[in-house]
Design a protein around this ligand. Structure first.
Ligand SMILES: NC(=O)c1ccc[n+]([C@@H]2O[C@H](COP(=O)([O-])OP(=O)(O)OC[C@H]3O[C@@H](n4cnc5c(N)ncnc54)[C@H](OP(=O)(O)O)[C@@H]3O)[C@@H](O)[C@H]2O)c1
Length: 238
């Protein structure tokens, strides 16, 4: 399989995105990374830059202007983007309210970050991928997009939408050489999960570093489409 060299990873300042970017940096994959808060993103970028070339721009993926700036900066620096990892995600309020009480504006915000923003980045990177006849798009989902967990409805509906969008995209891209994967990382001890379950001790859960190797495996996965459970992928290869 061809070597992928330039990856755009959203939400790379902490949690899963940080660990995946770390592993990619170790492989020499050049990175374009983003998150909203400047200082943690800069800290992460400084670390990656010891191993690889990095473009880091802070901003909200749901801001179309930020998405355009990010991709344009990546093209300007590296000339192309081979891998897009749509990892940044919005949970909504903590604690999470039942759907009956979910503020509609909040629901729209969740959909904007978790569904619209990934598609906006996909639309920006696809022309180059199509032209080269290769590319990898990874959209991060959750079991909450499949299972009906009370109070997880806004977030879960957004992940279900992202998954179906990915399936349709893969059908539209058949034969193009662009691969589309949906990855459920499984339960991890991260800031997002702690916000989802405030007051619950999650220290028994695996950290994101334990599932990040699955994202290295996916670089060489030949299928045109797949829904993967990262923890299972890692377990199989261990
Ligand atoms: N943790 C779990 O148990 C679990 C389970 C299943 C699926 N997932 C999925 O795994 C992915 C990573 O989650 P995580 O647990 O690693 O989350 P996390 O630790 O909270 O990290 C989220 C990252 O995304 C960034 N981010 C959030 N909203 C953003 C926005 N609007 N624009 C740009 N960057 C944004 C955050 O930085 P800023 O706050 O500075 O923007 C941070 O870098 C998500 O897609 C999540 O839905 C997680």
């Amino acid at each position: 399989m061809h070597t992928t060299q330039i990856a755009l990873i959203t939400g790379a300042s902490r949690g899963l995105g940080l660990e995946v970017a770390r592993l990619y940096a170790r492989r020499g994959i050049r990175l374009i990374v983003t998150a909203r808060e400047v200082a943690p993103l800069q800290r992460a970028a400084d670390e990656f830059s010891l191993l690889t070339d990095v473009v880091a721009i802070a901003g909200d993926v749901a801001d179309p202007e930020h998405a355009r700036r990010l991709v344009a900066a990546g093209f300007e620096r590296f000339g192309r983007i081979d891998v897009l990892i749509n990892n940044a995600s919005e949970l909504g309020p903590s604690p999470m309210p039942p759907l009956e009480q979910l503020p509609l504006q909040t629901f729209e915000d969740v959909l904007r970050v978790n569904v619209v923003a990934p598609l906006s980045l996909i639309q920006l990177v696809l022309p180059g991928m199509r032209a080269r006849g290769s590319g990898l798009i990874v959209n991060i989902t959750s079991d909450a997009g499949v299972q009906a967990y009370p109070t997880w409805g806004g977030y879960g509906a957004s992940k279900a939408a992202l998954e179906h969008l990915s399936r349709v995209l893969a059908a539209e891209l058949e034969g193009s050489g662009v691969r589309v994967f949906v990855v459920d990382p499984g339960d991890m001890d991260t800031a997002m999960h702690r916000a989802a379950e405030p007051g619950v001790d999650l220290s028994h859960l695996p950290g994101p570093a334990s599932v990040a190797p699955a994202f290295v495996q996916l670089l060489d996965e030949d299928a045109a489409f797949g829904r993967f459970e990262a923890q299972r992928l890692v377990a199989v290869s261990a």
